[in-house]
Design a protein around this ligand. Sequence first.
Ligand SMILES: Nc1ncnc2c1ncn2[C@@H]1O[C@H](COP(=O)(O)OP(=O)(O)OP(=O)(O)O)[C@@H](O)[C@H]1O
Length: 229
Amino acid sequence: MLIDCKNVQKKYLSKTAVEDISIEIEKGKIYALLGPNGSGKTTWMKMVAGLSKPTSGYILFKGEPIGVKSKSKVAYMPTEPFYYNYMTVQDVGKYYQDFFADFDIQRYNSLIERMELNQKDKARNLSSGLAAKLKIAATLARKAELYMLDEPLNGIDIIAREKIITTILEGASEDASIIISSHLVDELEKVIDFAIFIKNGKVALQGEAERLREEKNASIVELYKSIYA
Ligand SMILES: Nc1ncnc2c1ncn2[C@@H]1O[C@H](COP(=O)(O)OP(=O)(O)OP(=O)(O)O)[C@@H](O)[C@H]1O
């Protein structure tokens, strides 16, 4: 098992962002982390990425606590951009290369080409769709064991979404696990192995997508509607 997360809670001074989450992430599988804004998805991913610590409960990466070792194997794409606006697409690649030992510049360059971005373009001049693609390319160019993408489809128009999803699945390292947080369920339904529904800081439902569809006699989209209606 890649990630073993047990009874994790995250409290801020006046707010409990994650109430009680237990999730197991298997190697080489694709997960949709579903839920409306404010349900706790980002808070949970940040804890798995090692950017914040649970108030209680634990998270293990391959049986060991989250730390330097796990951080070198987990590629996390936050919703906010992580590069500077004055940088060109090429600069972003170099910047990432300095940061992450597992960053593969050749893979980055081929993803950039695939995403129809130009190396010379400045980040500040990119449309929201192209900026979203740049973030995805930089994240996927790491040879990680787990990719966690927070809302990768935001800012991407409906026509381009399927292509982006295909690029994510093909661009990630083989045998890696992928967690995609989104509220755009339609686009994810076809490609995911597992679905995790988060509601008010708790797991409302989770399981293998195929099994959930059989057991509940409903699509993941229909389940989403019934859970959050
Ligand atoms: N640093 C913080 N201090 C206080 N409250 C926080 C903090 N970070 C998150 N929260 C609160 O915790 C709850 C969960 O937030 P979180 O960002 O994890 O949700 P989310 O499911 O990722 O939604 P979104 O898609 O809007 O990011 C929200 O009510 C949010 O306001």
